[in-house]
Design a binder for this molecule. Structure first.
Ligand code: MG
Length: 243
């Protein structure tokens, strides 16, 4: 069994956040027998939008490794988790409400702007998200995204308060004690109950590095380098290498 974890922002999605450019890659991976697992800093609601567009039925990992959502009936066994609207959910991160309280305490000191203190119009300006996707990004369950800051040092202060601060491809993500790699390992151990697993990933940002550490073969798009990941120039090249 082959499982591939795919990042969304700046990996499958470009500046306009359209699902179209990656459609061919996803279809080819499915045809080649891959289980396609989204593993992104995006929310459940956002990932459900892309899963519908790409007709994915696999589990997915939300908000930078904060939770694994397993659709009911996907595995022939019941995973240990929290039952939630058609999913079994394995929660690894921190609840959003708790993260927001901590951010609200230090936001004035560092001039922080994040979903919890921004309007939909501001979020559109920061992210370039199309209007119809903005409400989905506001449906936060386990993380915040800091778009702007005016003072330095907020990362250390947030970490001292027990949160993790991760740089994504454009923004700073604030989560509980988890990462994309930890969540992938949890899911891989479930897959391994079905047989031998070959694991792959494609990402672009520092928040993908923990994921590169835990899979058999890692690929990176864009300019960053990582000792365990092979740089590729396009999504087509990934198919040539592994398809
Ligand atoms: Mg990315």
């Amino acid at each position: 069994m082959k499982v591939i974890f795919l990042d969304l922002d700046r990996t499958l999605l470009g500046e306009d956040y359209s699902p179209e450019p990656a459609r061919e890659l996803i279809d080819s991976l499915k045809k080649a027998g891959f289980e396609v697992v989204l593993n992104s800093s995006k929310t459940r609601a956002e990932q459900e939008y892309y899963r519908r567009a790409w007709k994915l039925r696999e589990p997915f990992i939300v908000e930078n490794g904060s939770a694994v959502f397993i659709p009911d009936g996907y595995f022939p066994f019941e995973a240990n988790g929290v039952r939630m609207e058609g999913y079994m959910v394995i929660e690894l991160g921190e609840r959003y409400e708790k993260i927001k309280v901590v951010l609200d305490e230090v936001s004035d000191k560092y001039g922080l702007k994040y979903y919890g203190n921004s309007t939909p119009e501001e979020v559109m300006a920061f992210t370039g998200l199309p209007e119809k996707l903005v409400p989905l990004a506001f449906e936060r369950e386990y993380s915040e995204t800091i778009f702007r800051w005016s003072g330095e040092g907020f990362e250390g202060e947030l970490e001292a308060k027990g949160l993790r601060v991760v740089r994504g491809s454009r923004f700073v993500n604030v989560i509980g004690n988890t990462d994309k790699g930890k969540a992938a390992l949890v899911l891989l151990s479930l897959y391994s109950r079905l047989g031998k697993v070959e694991s792959y990933t494609l990402g672009d940002g520092e928040n993908d590095f923990p994921l590169f550490e835990v899979v058999d073969r890692a690929f990176i798009v864009g300019g960053l380098r990582h000792p365990k990941a092979k740089n590729i120039s396009s999504l087509d090249e990934l198919l040539e290498v592994i398809g």
